[in-house]
Ligand binder design. Structure first.
Ligand code: CO
Length: 204
């Protein structure tokens, strides 16, 4: 049933090797990505493809609604490995407009476990309820919530002890917030980059 996927894989591997004979052998020895991508699990937001990076160039963590919850062992393990071992120079939290996870967090329907996972987004919604209530258009309001969620996740990452300790050691590391548009394939930089501990303090 998955023969077409195996066939695609064979063809992809051959294409890679035809352009660069040692490609896989080189990657087998080590990975040295400069970037950690924290994005949504949505199938329409394929991390490497969007930013034109090859295998080996982007360390990726994806979950529903691109969250960075301070008690999530999965995310924390990825973050620590990326910062302490790989020494990535950039962490990019990437949300996307039209995120089903963000919409589901605030639509009032009950779905089960995922309602707990999405709890941080309801907190973001509550924190910014006046700003959001002033946006009349439903889609525009949810899109703004997608942006605010990214900003809060950037704050979570920048305040994490792994990141704070890296800055204290003098390690080069910046945390960025982007939102991807499903309608045109473009990312927007939300200009909330935090590049050191004093940047973070200024956020208040
Ligand atoms: Co999403």
């Amino acid at each position: 049933m998955l023969d077409h996927l195996i066939a695609n894989n064979r063809a992809w591997s051959e294409r890679k090797k035809s352009v660069d004979h040692g490609f896989f052998r080189r990657l087998e020895r080590q990975q040295a990505p400069k970037y950690l991508w924290i994005g949504c699990a949505d199938s329409r937001v394929p991390a490497n493809e969007i930013v034109g990076l090859d295998p080996g160039e982007l360390f990726v963590h994806r979950n529903v609604a691109n969250l960075a919850p301070p008690q999530d062992a999965n995310y924390l393990s990825v973050l620590q490995f990326a910062v302490d071992v790989l020494k990535v120079q950039h962490i990019i939290v990437v949300g996307h407009y039209g995120c089903g996870g963000v919409a589901a967090a605030v639509d009032g329907h009950r779905r089960g476990l995922v309602d707990h996972w999405l709890h941080p987004i309801r907190e973001v919604h509550r924190t910014h309820r006046d700003e959001l209530a002033a946006i009349a258009d439903d889609k525009a309001r949810l899109d703004r919530l997608c942006e605010l969620n990214v900003i809060h996740q950037v704050h979570n990452v920048a305040s994490d002890v792994f990141v704070q300790d890296a800055w204290a050691r003098g390690q080069t590391l910046a945390v960025h917030g982007w939102v991807y548009s499903l309608s045109n394939g473009l990312v927007k930089d939300l200009k909330v980059t935090v590049g050191n501990a004093s940047d973070f303090e200024k956020l208040g």
